[in-house]
Design a protein around this ligand. Structure first.
Ligand code: ZN
Length: 149
């Protein structure tokens, strides 16, 4: 765990301890399941769409601190955004966590910048992006379980 100390910034720790939007919605919505066999992270993402707008995004799951915090912070940042904006944000987040220099300093990423340190730990990239891949599956309304492998 010591090598990961850099990763466990205050914001990530806080969202892991008390995840936001961690619930199954009362109103039926689109959903998808994701699994990261490398780490054992599992997540189910629920999305309520109002036309092209993400009216509500929530999740349930069990996994490491990175995957839980990524899900919590992602759901917080997406409410009210359009499907197109969500896809664009995922692309920016993916560039940030894979260490692509164009991924840093994107103002839209906001709190998601807390995951910048993930780029130095390639095995953790899948923990951080699992919930995003799962969200995309929910938006595409695909039935199958998303696996990072
Ligand atoms: Zn993980």
């Amino acid at each position: 765990m010591t090598e990961l100390t850099d990763l466990y910034q205050e914001l990530i720790l806080d969202h892991n301890r008390s995840p936001r939007n961690c619930r199954r919605p009362v109103v039926p919505s689109r959903q998808a399941e994701g699994y990261n066999p490398l780490c054992g992270d599992r997540v189910t993402v629920y999305v309520s769409l109002d036309g092209e707008v993400l009216k509500d995004v929530s999740f349930e799951g069990s996994g490491c601190a990175i995957s839980t915090a990524a899900a919590s912070i992602m759901t917080q940042g997406l409410k009210g955004k359009s499907v197109g904006e969500a896809r664009a944000l995922f692309e920016k987040f993916r560039r940030l966590v894979t260490g692509d220099p164009t991924g840093d300093g994107e103002p839209e990423l906001g709190k998601l910048h807390a995951f910048g340190g993930v780029s130095r730990f390639p095995a953790r990239v899948k923990c951080a992006t699992l919930v995003w891949h799962t969200l995309m599956a929910a938006l595409n309304d695909r039935g199958e379980v998303v696996s990072t492998e």
